[in-house]
Design a protein around this ligand. Structure first.
Ligand code: RBF
Ligand code: MG
Length: 306
C-alpha cells in the first residue's frame, strides 16, 4: 500500500481510482464496510482503491477545546488501512488553509484532477469541506459533470446501536473492552515504549511489570485487564493494570503489564497491548500481601480467559 502525503496540483499518480474519504479513527466495522466496498469496486472497474484521510484529525484544529481522544495513532491507522486491502492512502495535512477550501473546489481539485476518480464510496452522513457543505447530494451532482458515480454505505449496527468512533470511545471509558471489541472487529490495542518503573512490582510483590508509555490518546477505564501483548511478531498473554496503584502512595497514573510467560528485560522495547477482558476495578489493599494474593488470583483468571 502506498502512503501519499503530498499531492501537488497538476499531476496524478493514478490511472483511475475508487475513492473514499474520512477520518477512520479506530478503523471500526463501519469503516471496514466502506473500505471493503472501495476495494471490490476498484477491482471491478480495474482501478486503484484509495482512501483519503487527514492529519491531524480536523476537529483537533477546528475545535481544539473538544475532548477527543483518538482511538488510533496515525501509524496504527495506516497499518489497519493496509490490512483492509487498499492500494493507497492519501494523508492530507489538515491546515487552516486546507479547511477553508470549499467542498466543490476540493472535489474538483482532489477527486477529479489529482485522483482521476471514477467512483466515490461514502458513509451516508459524512460531510466535508468548508461549512461541511460537501455531502452525498453535492457529490452526485458533481459526479455527473466530472464523470464519477457515488455509492452510499449505510450505518453498520450492532445490537441496534450504530457503530461509531464516539460510541467506542464511550465504551472504553467505561472499561467495556468486550463491547468495544465487537464494534472494532478486533480487540482495542494501544502501543508504547517500555520505560523504567520503580522496580517495586518484582521486589515487593514478586510480580514484575513492564511500565508502558502509551502513544494512544485513549486508555480504557482504570482497572485490571486480561491482555495480549504484541512484541514484534510474538503474541504473549498478560495482565494489565491501568491506574495509580492506590495501595502505594504517590503513584502516577500508568499502564503496566505483567507477562504470564516471559521473563526478561523489556526496557526500551515497543509493545502493543490488546485489551481482551476487564477483570476488576483497581483497589486499595490494606497490606502488600493482600495485594499480592489478589494479583495471583488475577493472573489465574487471565489464564482462563486467554
Ligand atoms: N495496585 C493497587 O494498588 N491496587 C490494585 O488493585 C492493583 N492490582 C494490580 C493487578 C495486577 C494484575 C497488576 C500486575 C498490578 C496491580 N497493581 C495494583 C499495581 C501494583 O501495585 C504495581 O504493579 C506495583 O506497585 C509496581 O508498580
Ligand atoms: Mg513495573
Amino acid at each position: 500500500m502506498r502512503v501519499i502525503e503530498d499531492l501537488p496540483p497538476g499531476e496524478s499518480p493514478f490511472g483511475l481510482t475508487v475513492v473514499t474519504i474520512g477520518n477512520f479513527d479506530g478503523v471500526h466495522l463501519g469503516h471496514q464496510a466502506i473500505l471493503r466496498l472501495v476495494c471490490r469496486r476498484a477491482r471491478e472497474l480495474g482501478g486503484q482503491a484509495v482512501a483519503v484521510t487527514f492529519d491531524p484529525h480536523p476537529l483537533k484544529l477546528l475545535r481544539p477545546e473538544m475532548d477527543l481522544p483518538l482511538l488510533t495513532t496515525p501509524a496504527q491507522k495506516l497499518e489497519l488501512l493496509k490490512g483492509c486491502g487498499l492500494d493507497a492512502v492519501v494523508v492530507l495535512p489538515f491546515t487552516r488553509e486546507f479547511a477553508a477550501l470549499s467542498a466543490r473546489d476540493f472535489v474538483s481539485g482532489y477527486f477529479c484532477e489529482r485522483l482521476r476518480v471514477r467512483e466515490v464510496v461514502i458513509g451516508h452522513d459524512y460531510c466535508f469541506g468548508r461549512g461541511r457543505e460537501g455531502n452525498v447530494d453535492l457529490l452526485r451532482e458533481m459526479g455527473k459533470v466530472c464523470g464519477f458515480t457515488v455509492q452510499v454505505v449505510w450505518a453498520v449496527e450492532s445490537d441496534e446501536a450504530v457503530v461509531s468512533s464516539s460510541l467506542i470511545r464511550a465504551l472504553l471509558r467505561l472499561g467495556n473492552v468486550v463491547e468495544a471489541r465487537r464494534l472494532l472487529g478486533r480487540p482495542y490495542g494501544v502501543v508504547g515504549q517500555v520505560v523504567r518503573g520503580k522496580g517495586r512490582g518484582a521486589k515487593l510483590l514478586g510480580v514484575p511489570t513492564a511500565n508502558i508509555r502509551p502513544l494512544n490518546e485513549l486508555l480504557p477505564a482504570s482497572g485490571i485487564y486480561a491482555v495480549r501483548v504484541r512484541r514484534g511478531a510474538e503474541i504473549l498473554p498478560g495482565v494489565a493494570n491501568i491506574g495509580t496503584c492506590p495501595t502505594f502512595d504517590g503513584c502516577e497514573f500508568s499502564l503496566e503489564v505483567h507477562l504470564l510467560e516471559f521473563d526478561g528485560d523489556l526496557y526500551g522495547e515497543d509493545l502493543g497491548v490488546d485489551f481482551v477482558a476487564r477483570l476488576r476495578e483497581e483497589r486499595r489493599f490494606s497490606s502488600v500481601e493482600a495485594l499480592a494474593a489478589q494479583i495471583h488470583a488475577d493472573i489465574a483468571a487471565a489464564r482462563q480467559i486467554l
